[in-house]
Write a protein that binds this ligand. Structure first.
Ligand code: ADP
Length: 485
């Protein structure tokens, strides 16, 4: 695995969770999995049990016109089926952060960092005499490994078939640079002019090159795979490039972490509960209302929202209708941070309806658990959602999600009909459509028997990593077959 992130020690978003959980699941299925990451300057080596890999000496790697000193390190056990290698390179990885400075500005040497990371990862199979079946690259920052595999290590220069898989977790981050940057990557100039892999609309685009260069490409849900080939809105300009891969581009739904997210033994909750014993959920609801000083009208639902307050998450659909619903007796428990204008608008709504709308502008893991458990409905009206994890957790906590029919939400939530379904699904990205879905939910909430069935159906959903790991195994086999042909 070539990944810039891995939970819990190097995390920005979902990629970190996937890199960790998928690797663990594959190792559990008896694969020899090795993850290679940069050794970031702010990592606490002692606390993370990171130490030099003694059998490999310090080395140098050339990036563009510069030569960098590197040293391989290892984290945790070297005898387990999952090994984590970290590349120390003081000249590139010393500063704290994964992609950006603390103020959110992107690193100006992101291409150098990606190049060095990839080169180091490709050196390991030979240095360790380790035949590698598949080089699994995550997101644009790992794409140089695909390009070097193709250009520098063609034929038999790597032990093992060493086929490449690119997984796209975020199509919006493409690593776009000026054409001259091809020299930093150490690739032929012809790569940066049409029909070279890297050229895209007069610029150098790493993600585009990875999509065309990898043996196989996938993203994190089947529906998002369809959406991203179907429109420029979802495809972020790369839809035709994705389309050109035909069947070589697919979607595999991420799994949820049911170890951490399990209402039967969640220590953050006022009471635990499960499908056969829902009394604890009522206690969680009471505790949440008390903690957040909310007083919904009897019989009206408490709606939870936990997520980044950014355009993607569809909070703009909620804000125009939330006051009206609060006046009607609904309560809202909103936890999230993000864009300042969205935080401000949410804060205002909460101030105006303080008994019905609570807004906590923090990152608070324990409160997140209490909201998933204590709410009656979970809101996720995202404009786009490559996979989404929150809806999987709310289902597991017996809190039917209200979602837009998009990306992984459409793959994981089915609309409640008279007898079937797990949540409430709406189509258009308009506040009125969310309102209609919430009104449908309100009616069903009033029918205790039907509501219990809905909760039970959601709690029975199993989006576990074992299923996803099995699907990745199939892709790996296809990657190997392609290399052997
Ligand atoms: P994304 O990766 O796009 O942010 P996901 O649904 O895949 O969305 O995952 C978001 C995860 O982050 C969920 O587990 C959610 O509970 C958690 N989360 C988001 N914001 C907060 C917050 N302010 N406090 C606690 N947890 C949060």
């Amino acid at each position: 695995m070539v990944s810039a992130e891995m939970a819990p020690f190097a995390k920005v978003g979902g990629l970190a969770d996937v890199a960790a959980a998928l690797s663990r699941a594959l190792a559990g299925r008896k694969h020899d999995v090795r993850v290679v990451l940069p050794l970031y300057g702010d990592l606490d080596r002692k606390a993370e049990n990171i130490r030099p890999l003694k059998k490999l000496p310090p080395m140098t790697i050339r990036v563009g016109q510069q030569v960098h000193d590197i040293r391989f390190h290892v984290r945790g056990s070297t005898s387990s089926a999952l090994k984590i290698y970290l590349v120390e390179c003081p000249s590139l990885f010393e500063k704290p952060g994964i992609y950006t400075y603390a103020d959110g500005t992107g690193f100006e040497d992101s291409l150098q960092r990606a190049s060095l990371h990839a080169q180091a990862a490709l050196m390991l199979p030979r240095l360790l005499d380790w035949p590698v079946d598949v080089i699994h690259c995550h997101d644009a920052s790992a794409v140089p490994a695909i390009l070097y595999r193709k250009q520098w290590y063609s034929g038999r220069q790597l032990p093992g078939p060493a086929g490449t898989l690119l997984t796209i977790h975020n199509l919006a981050h493409q690593e776009v640079h000026g054409l001259d940057a091809v020299e930093t990557l150490g690739l032929a100039r012809s790569q940066a002019s049409y029909p070279g892999l890297l050229e895209f609309h007069g610029q150098l685009n790493l993600l585009k090159a990875g999509i065309l260069g990898a043996d196989l490409v996938n993203t994190v849900s089947p529906n998002y795979a369809r959406e991203t080939t179907g429109s420029s809105e979802y495809g972020c300009g790369l839809q035709e490039i994705l389309q050109s891969r035909g069947k070589d581009y697919s979607g595999i739904l991420n799994g949820g972490d049911y170890e951490t997210w399990d209402p039967t033994r969640d220590k953050a909750l006022a009471a635990t509960y499960g499908p056969g014993n829902m009394a604890g959920k009522l206690k969680c609801r009471k505790a949440l209302l008390r903690d957040l000083k909310l007083t919904p009208e009897t019989g009206k639902p408490v709606c939870g929202f936990v997520g980044r307050l950014v355009g993607q998450k569809g909070i703009d659909l909620l804000l125009p209708i939330m006051g009206r619903l609060a006046d009607d007796g609904f309560a809202f428990a909103i936890l999230g941070t993000g864009e300042s204008h969205l935080e401000e608008a949410t804060r205002k709504a909460a101030a105006k309806h303080s008994a019905r709308i609570a807004f906590v502008d923090k990152f608070d893991e324990a409160l997140a658990h209490r909201i998933y458990a204590g709410s009656d409905l979970f809101l996720m009206p995202s404009l786009f959602e490559p996979c989404g994890l929150s809806q999987m957790y709310s289902l597991r906590y017996g809190t039917p999600p209200v979602v837009r029919w998009t990306g992984g939400l459409a793959d994981t939530v089915s609309d409640a009909g008279p007898e079937s379904g797990t949540g409430f699904v709406f189509n258009d990205s308009r506040p009125e459509s969310l309102l209609v879905a919430l009104r449908r939910a309100e009616v069903m909430f009033g029918d205790a028997v039907r509501w219990k069935d809905l909760q039970t159906a959601g709690m029975a959903c199993d989006f576990s990593w074992d299923v996803a790991a099995g699907e990745y195994e199939e892709l790996y086999e296809e990657v190997i077959r392609k290399q052997m042909r």
